[in-house]
Design a protein around this ligand. Structure first.
Ligand code: CTP
Length: 423
């Protein structure tokens, strides 16, 4: 096994070895390619397994799925398959040769060799492959000088048309440059500038651009890449002539750094990028936000956050009312998603507002009643508006007076029922 791969966690290494064995059994030539090879050489962790096979990817994928008894998804159109095995995602594709009919279009794909497959990729540092077959086990295939560029810290495109063929590579170049603190080769920088000058982003869907933009927002430190994209004027694809709020993105970053518990909680749920994005577009008015959610594909939850962020002033005023009760803070903030709340927390100017939101994030949002409508029914309350009112009142009490037990909730409910019924 190649020395670079040895740093991978044991279970992953075992999986990669098995892929090599099964490929040998099937007489297929298989390579580990792309980001995982790059990151192994850089000694960084990356667990996304990308396999390229000379021949039919689905033959290898089906054999592996049978052996591991794991879930497999076949993407017929692209001759690729994805396996879900032991928390790892394994993409298997047939080596291909791509040509572009016109700039920005999806490529025309034909079967090819692994070397051709590497040539169609974005940068030399991503065009490295490690053979997994026994005969050449661990051999690094590096037809484009990717290894030397990795060592020199250079991002280099393969040919002058690269950014025009696929303008999303502009975002990728900036992302990798800032992530690894690399520099663009002179020619790559010139081609990138020329591509931007020719408005290349018009040839590609907003959606494809946004997928790559989102990856920047998910970087550990997205700011350097965002600033560089702004300097190159490429951020106009989000909104021409927009002003973005870099300062607030930094504040959100500080917030996460000083709230490690929240960071861990939201890492999985993918929320972090959204709070960065809300900060970044904080100067956008209602029209700009509506245009944004129409143009790009956001989930329902993301759309809600983008629009809800407009309520910052309104909620801020409520939170700074004198002697505001915790139950009122709860009522105001429960309408918002967590990324929106983190955005509010960082964007609101005064300490009292920040404290209210912090309380809600740490504690408030977990409040819920043990008491249910069924309990109230047993106490003679019929379902409807009144029942809702009682439950809401008991919850207010629980929050404001720190009711600890179900018994206490029942007592408060009884009191309410009594006070409503007595004239
Ligand atoms: N790739 C490409 N052109 C693109 C997108 C991807 O050539 N526009 C190739 C690159 O070889 C890349 C591989 O596909 O290494 C996988 O892409 P992706 O998963 O998006 O990125 P990684 O390089 O794995 O980077 P990371 O996951 O670390 O962001």
């Amino acid at each position: 096994m190649n020395d670079y791969l040895k740093q991978l966690p044991g279970p992953l290494l075992k999986i990669i070895r098995e892929i090599g064995q099964v490929s040998d059994d099937l007489n297929l030539v298989a390579f580990l390619v792309g980001g995982i090879v790059r990151d192994c050489i850089l000694e960084r962790s990356n667990f996304d397994v990308d396999i390229v096979v000379e021949g039919k990817a689905r033959v290898l994928a089906k054999a592996l799925a049978g052996r591991w008894n794991c879930r497999i998804v076949l993407h017929k159109q692209f001759q690729t398959a994805t396996l879900f095995y032991k928390n790892f995602l394994i993409d298997i594709s047939s080596a291909r040769n791509e040509t572009y009919d016109k700039p920005g279009a999806l490529p025309i794909v034909q079967p090819g060799t692994v070397a051709e497959d590497l040539f169609r990729r974005d940068f030399t540092i991503n065009a490295l492959a490690v053979c997994l077959n026994k005969r050449h086990n661990g051999q690094l295939l590096d037809p484009l000088g990717g290894f030397s560029d990795l060592i020199k810290g250079k991002i280099r495109i393969m040919h002058d048309h690269s950014f025009l063929d696929d303008p999303t590579r502009i975002l990728r170049a900036v992302r990798f440059q800032k992530r690894y603190k690399f520099s663009l080769s002179d020619r790559t920088r010139q081609c990138l500038k020329l591509a931007i000058r020719s408005n290349c982003e018009r040839t590609v869907t907003s959606q494809r651009l946004f997928v790559e933009f989102k990856k920047i927002m998910k970087e550990a430190d997205p700011l350097p890449a965002l600033k560089m994209l702004n300097r190159t004027r490429f951020l106009r694809f989000i909104k021409p002539q927009a002003t973005f709020n870099y300062h607030l993105v930094r504040s959100v970053q500080h917030f996460y750094d000083s709230n490690p518990r929240l960071s861990v909680l939201f890492e999985d749920e993918d929320f972090r990028w959204l709070s960065y994005f809300l900060a970044f577009i904080s100067f956008f008015d209602a029209d700009a936000r509506n245009a944004l959610v129409r143009r790009f594909h956001f989930t329902k939850h993301e759309k809600k956050s983008i629009i809800d962020a407009l309520y910052k002033e309104r909620s801020g005023k409520i939170l700074s009312s004198r002697n505001i009760k915790k139950s009122r803070i709860f009522k105001e903030l429960k309408k918002f998603n967590v990324p929106t709340l983190i955005f509010f927390r960082c964007a609101m100017p005064s300490q009292d507002r920040k404290e209210g939101i912090q309380w809600y994030l740490d504690k408030g949002r977990y409040f819920q009643l043990s008491l249910t409508g069924e309990d109230l029914k047993e106490m003679g309350v019929s379902p409807g508006h009144r029942m809702g009112e009682i439950l809401s009142n008991v919850l207010d009490h629980k929050i404001d007076y720190n009711l600890k037990s179900r018994k206490a909730e029942l007592l408060v409910a009884k009191k309410f029922i009594g006070s409503i019924e007595s004239p």
